[in-house]
Design a protein around this ligand. Sequence first.
Ligand code: 5AD
Ligand code: SF4
Length: 479
Amino acid sequence: MSSVRSNGQRKRVFIRTYGCQMNVYDSDRMADVLRPLGYALAAVPEQADLVVLNTCHIREHASEKVYSELGRMRDLKVERRAGGSDLTIAVAGCVAQAEGEEIARRQPAVDIVVGPQAYHRLPQLLAEAERKAAIAKAGKRLPGAGVLDTDFPAESKFDHLPAPMGVRAGSAFLSIQEGCDRFCTFCVVPYTRGAEYSRPAAKVLAEARQLVEAGAIEITLLGQNVNAYHGEAPSSSLGGGTTWSLARLIREIAGIEGVARIRYTTSHPRDMDDELIAAHGEVPQLMPYLHLPVQSGSDRILEAMNRRHGRDLFLRLADRLRTARPDLALSSDFIVGFPGESDADFDDTMRLVEQVGFASAFSFKYSRRPGTPGAAMDGQVPETVKSARLHALLVLLADQARAFNASKVGQTVPVLFAEPGRRPGQLVGKTPWLQSVYANGQVRLIGRIVAARLTEGHANSLAGEIVTVDDPGACEAAA
Ligand code: 5AD
Ligand code: SF4
């Protein structure tokens, strides 16, 4: 397989990421796999030889977007071929896993369809696609190569991926767990990502150390159901059984010199064990922010969703977490209009939100996903009802987010600056509670934790002023 174009330039890959942070992590890992093959990153598809769409299947809207984007990529491919060059089109992620054959049928210009468990095989898939494309070109056919790999291989992709390079401005994602065995009745994840798998703790720790060496000071541990983590314990570890829990892993990662912040996402309420709740009070690097999806406040709907807990368990968890860490910011996911949801059920959700008080949240209209039990349930809720409920919930959650942000105004807090803001001279960063802060500052502060005084609170962000950067003592105190 050639890593250079016929004009001698390096080949380029453009990766577009849809959906969750797992996909952001996977996109970085695909770039890591492609780098040794000579691929540099392209900023736009127009500059790329290979386009990878890393797709999301969680809601209908997300997966339909892929097909319209593929139409645009097809046009680009036609243009390229008319000019004597080519464009390789790959579809990765959960749509690839769930609809591999359909993608090939609906958009014949696609060269490669690769599921989330097979990214380490990209080099072989590319070689095969190149071979098939050469044959197709000789026959003057437009279609892509149609190479498909949506297996759940016996080997773990993690053991075959190169060392991670994805540290951005001091922050890195670290995938520790994939797949899910919970089978919530609305969710495609157990089908697209497969059975729950926890990476061995020694491998996670080794990757954490690599990330710190590459400049990470904040590590976000990722998994579809991350607090179900139960990775094999390192052989050298004494006590604590043959597996490590997420809490144990967090404590060990906190012990790596240079790790200033630890986060984890996404969690299930049923997997919030005592040890993990205690870690929120005891591990200073574990940030006071927790994304804990509840989905609904109605016991009836929670049962129909197969969540295996009621509203009381969630309320109790919120109390216990706040006892352990009084300034904890809680975030959640909500689905409105699940089959059978009545006005009274929706009211229960609104009451739960009022009772808990969320710092931020994501709310969705229920989307019927093929193959999930929810799709076949009676009592599908009309779109107009879903829209009205979503609107009411969004208004309430936005009020709470605004109030939470306003409650921090006047405080001086550590901010990890991530990138330039929209205005010249402005930076944007994150507080420990994952709020976005805009402040004027020099670009050299990106990737550092700096003390900033919060001056204004808005619905989705805060304005701040950097307090000091040249007094190292002040920065450390802030961190
Ligand atoms: N419809 C609407 N929202 C969904 N989610 C998952 N599946 C669906 C669906 N079928 C939401 C849940 C989950 C988040 C990642 O996406 O709230 O926590
Ligand atoms: Fe999907 Fe999360 Fe439920 Fe697993 S726990 S099935 S990933 S919503």
